[in-house]
Design a protein around this ligand. Structure first.
Ligand SMILES: Cc1cc2nc3c(=O)[nH]c(=O)nc-3n(C[C@H](O)[C@H](O)[C@H](O)COP(=O)(O)O)c2cc1C
Length: 205
């Protein structure tokens, strides 16, 4: 069992990393592997809406986005962490998520969670935006004792946010519990829901 963690920060060992590490610690204690992939230090172009991915099953721009599509498909869960930038997610992360979720498939029924960190404000709006990607792909959204947020300007400050750290630990345990329940269900013969062909009605008339 493995959970992919995407760190949207440009800081390799910053606040987001510290928060994600706390979640990872609990997943690991539960026998679940974790991989933190930092993307905020990369140049990632946004989606150009060419829809080539509908035929290719991957993005026409062959970069880290396609690597991450495979990692999400092969993994059992996904956590996306972002530093708050102007009460929203980091811009590089937004470019990545637009393409990852537009081009990616097979994400259904994999538990997912959003984590936001900030110096002071904007965490709830950031979490809301990230959760929207999961909701559109049928991914069960994992919660904690509070919204999945942590405060500080760096990793050391985040560590001093006792409630934030505890929230991260419970998030890890809750995700481990859900992943194990899904595995146990599969072993007991419970099948994932069969999807209908999607009806796409646009608001034209
Ligand atoms: C461009 C930019 C915009 C930011 N906007 C906010 C904000 O709206 N609210 C806030 O509390 N902190 C804001 N911050 C501070 C970061 O969210 C904060 O320092 C965070 O801990 C950085 O996480 P990291 O170390 O993982 O990069 C902003 C930082 C930058 C660089």
């Amino acid at each position: 069992m493995k959970v992919l963690m995407i760190n949207g920060s440009p800081h390799a060992k910053g606040t987001t990393y510290r928060a994600l590490s706390e979640v990872a610690g609990e997943l690991n204690k539960n026998g679940i592997e974790t991989e933190i992939v930092q993307i905020g230090d990369k140049v990632i172009a946004g989606c150009v809406g060419c829809s080539a991915c509908r035929k290719l099953g991957k993005c026409i721009k062959d970069d880290i986005v396609n690597d991450l599509i495979l990692k999400v498909q092969q993994g059992d869960g996904l956590i996306v962490g972002s530093p708050v930038y102007y009460a929203s997610l980091n811009g590089t992360l937004k470019c990545l998520l637009d393409r990852l979720f537009y081009a990616g498939s097979g994400f259904e029924n994999k538990p997912a969670a959003a984590v936001a960190v900030a110096r002071r404000a904007g965490t709830t709006s950031t979490i809301d935006i990230i959760n929207k990607y999961f909701a559109l792909k049928g991914m069960p959204i994992v919660t904690s004792q509070y919204w999945n947020m942590c405060f500080g300007s760096n990793g050391e400050q985040a560590e001093q946010d006792g409630e934030g750290m505890q929230t991260m630990r419970l998030l890890g345990n809750n995700m481990a519990y859900l992943i194990k329940c899904i595995k146990a269900g599969e072993q007991a013969g419970i099948k994932a829901p069969v999807k209908e062909n999607q009806i796409r009605t646009n608001f034209i008339k």
